[in-house]
Design a protein around this ligand. Structure first.
Ligand code: CP
Ligand code: NVA
Length: 318
């Protein structure tokens, strides 16, 4: 993982397998050291980010990403600065390029949540410090680290396990299918017509899968076809941030894609449920969301351990 120092964290396919493995292992190590169950005294826990700062550009709302990064930075001895959409000149008076060049002179990492993935590309092109993609319209790689950590905690080695996605072919799916394929999981995706995963990212997933022992990357429009034989069922909102005007249309077109007890029964015995949150009842019933099968709250907690690992690794402080 020492080779990750100075690198951007943009999407899961850009990580080498040892980097992905190293980030997951470091996340678990941080939970042991800084978690509520830790036996290490808070005052004697290492503070590898002492004197380091992270600027956090948020063009969209956030609960988990913002709070996990701010809190995680404090635990590691660093400081995170929240820059909301109306706090800085970006987008009104100033370009992404100039913002990147200026923030790079103040801060040690720039984290950004943006609408267009082009903004992340532009930021990472001009920043002279490591960038973290905290969600764009195409990718949400921090979420995938948290999801894979929750799955490894539950199942151990994920090779040969089958992950089923039911719902929108969106940013969260894209990194999860890339990460799952890197760990040798089979991927089964059900999306309505017109809401399929990005074809280039699907192609990359198939390539990564074949390199890593994945047997099956399968797409369908039928939710039950994806879920049959799966060990993990995952969904996300049908209406991502920025798509609010399409709410009524989408809810109609996603009819039949709700993850509920009837659908979960088609998965393998012992299958688990994931959702990155925030969640709405239309995409998953309360019965599944709050069930024993649901890993959604450990998954949310993992957002902190994983972003801590990314920040420390980018700064070579591991
Ligand atoms: N899952 C996730 O990224 O949540 P937030 O939008 O609350 O950051
Ligand atoms: N797909 C959702 C994820 C939110 C964490 C969105 O982009 O709004």
């Amino acid at each position: 993982l020492s080779g990750f120092a100075g690198k951007h964290f943009i999407s899961i396919d850009k990580l080498t397998n040892p980097e992905l493995r190293g980030l997951l292992d470091l996340s678990k190590q941080y939970r042991d050291t800084y978690g509520k169950q830790s036996t290490v005294e808070p005052t004697s826990a290492p503070k590898p980010l002492t004197g380091k700062s992270i600027s956090m550009i948020f063009q969209k709302r956030s609960t988990r990403t913002r709070v996990s990064t701010e809190t995680g930075a404090v635990l590691l001895g660093g400081q995170a600065l929240f820059l909301g959409p109306s706090d800085i000149q970006l987008g009104v008076n100033e370009s992404m390029k100039d913002t990147a060049l200026v923030l790079s002179r103040f801060n040690d990492i720039i984290l950004a949540r943006v609408f267009s993935h082009n903004d992340i590309t532009e930021l990472s092109k001009h920043a002279t410090v490591p960038v973290i993609n905290a969600l764009s319209d195409l990718h949400h790689p921090l979420q995938t680290l948290a999801d894979l950590m929750a799955l490894e905690d539950h199942f151990g080695d994920l090779r040969g396990k089958t992950l089923a996605w039911v719902g929108d072919g969106n940013n969260v799916l894209h990194d999860l299918m890339l990460g799952g394929a890197k760990l040798g999981m089979n991927i089964r995706i059900a999306t309505p017509v017109g809401y399929e995963a990005n074809t280039d990212i699907l192609e990359t997933t198939r390539r990564l899968g074949s390199e890593n022992g994945t047997k099956d990357v399968f797409t369908t429009t039928v939710a039950s076809e994806a879920v049959q034989g799966s060990d993990v069922v995952v969904t996300d909102t049908w209406v991502s941030m920025g798509q609010e005007a399409e709410y009524a249309k989408r809810v109609k077109e996603f009819d039949g894609y709700q993850v509920n007890a009837t659908l979960m029964k088609q998965a393998n015995p012992g299958a688990v449920f994931l959702h990155c949150l925030p969640r709405h009842p239309e995409e998953v019933s309360d019965e599944v969301f709050y069930s024993e099968q649901s890993l959604v709250f450990p998954e949310a907690e993992n957002r902190m351990w994983t972003v801590m690992a990314v920040m420390a690794a980018q700064l070579g402080k591991i």
